[in-house]
Design a protein around this ligand. Structure first.
Ligand SMILES: *Cc1c(COP(=O)(O)O)cnc(C)c1O
Length: 344
């Protein structure tokens, strides 16, 4: 096999959902935008529905279509981007619930889909999506008169528990939803970990389900094994890879493995990472190229067939940190080229 093996553990996904659900005060939904954080929205959605999730969130109406096909008619699917121009048919035909973000979206929704379920997204300070306090104050009675199914907002700094923005947004969200007799939602993964003040009626975890920080107790969901294409010996003073960026200091055995930045192993990640054979760590050396990575396997007693890049020693967050990014980006960048296998 010349392609790398990406293994996705759906049992771990389900366990992460159940464990986050046990931490949450109210209902626990699941965020499956971006094709289930890159892991296949059909399998991810079906697994989480079996685990007990009843409500799902996607970013765009088109993503909701794929999820509806996977889940059947009965479960709730909500769309963070709301009711965009051109979405009306999809929202109607696939029974998707837009989280309305603006006055324009609200007018569009009430005019084109009267009686169709909707929620309202409020901006409690992040200044990204949702109605601002003044807009909401003006429209609140009209909106509530049409029976929204949810009012929600999103935290900007929930992955930093000590950040004063958390308490500030909590206060603003409380003020904006005071006396509103509609289920409320504020917390994603980070918000769940901030404690029950942040939970309200429904939590919306994403990254924690998929094994990423800030949920430190998450079970890892993916592992990645890279096949060795070739092994060679290099002498002290010889270089490896583009730009001669790595030079051997000792007689070194180099394994060239099949995966690179075209597979989402972004070029910036090189230094500081290892590839593993069992528990033995072998450092990545030289530049990550489009399809290939080079690894110093001198300390192995046998030439390996595969080297593992993502595993319980080295998680998506370690890989992300080495590249100056976050686990979310590693997951959603995983390429189309992997041989994917799903267990559970
Ligand atoms: C992506 C997203 C979530 C899930 O966030 P995680 O940090 O992945 O748990 C929840 N709510 C909104 C509005 C989002 O955009």
């Amino acid at each position: 096999m010349s392609t790398a093996k990406l293994s996705i553990n759906l049992d771990a996904l389900a366990t992460n959902w159940r464990n986050l659900d046990a931490l949450s005060a109210g209902e626990t939904a699941a965020v499956v935008k971006a094709n289930g954080y890159g892991l296949d929205v059909t399998r991810v959605g079906q697994t989480l529905a079996r685990a007990g999730a009843r409500n799902f969130f996607v970013a765009a109406a088109e993503e909701g279509v794929a999820l509806r096909r996977a889940l059947g008619p009965d479960l709730g699917i909500s769309v963070f981007s709301g009711h965009m121009d051109g979405d009306t048919r999809l929202l109607q035909d696939f029974n998707l619930t837009p989280m309305l973000n603006s006055v324009d979206q609200m007018l569009r929704h009430f005019e084109s889909l009267p009686g169709h379920s909707f929620g309202v997204q409020l901006d409690s300070g992040m200044n990204r999506l949702g109605m601002e306090p003044a807009e909401w104050a003006a429209l609140r009675d009209i909106a509530l008169g049409q029976s929204p199914v949810l009012v929600m907002s999103h935290l900007a700094c929930a992955d930093e528990p000590g950040h004063p923005m958390n308490a500030l947004q909590l206060k603003v969200f409380r003020e904006m939803t005071e006396g509103v007799e509609v289920p409320r939602s504020l917390a994603a993964t980070g918000g769940i970990l901030l404690g029950s003040d942040y939970h309200f009626d429904l939590c919306r975890p994403g990254i924690g389900l998929y094994g990423g920080q800030p949920y430190g107790d998450a079970l890892p969901v993916i592992s990645l094994d890279l096949p060795v294409i070739q092994i060679r010996d290099v002498l002290p003073g010889e270089s490896v890879g583009y730009g001669n960026s790595w030079i051997a200091r000792r007689p070194t055995r180099i394994a060239t493995v099949a995966a690179g930045y075209a597979d989402g192993l972004i070029r910036a990640m090189g230094a500081g990472l290892n590839a593993f054979v069992g528990d033995i760590a072998c450092p990545l050396v030289g530049r990550v190229s489009m399809d290939l990575i080079t690894i110093d396997v001198t300390d192995l007693t046998e030439d390996p067939e595969y080297l593992s890049l993502i595993n319980h020693h080295q998680t998506i967050d370690h890989v992300a940190e080495a590249a100056g990014t976050i686990g979310y980006e590693i997951l959603t960048s995983l390429g189309y080229r992997y041989a994917r296998s799903y267990a559970g």
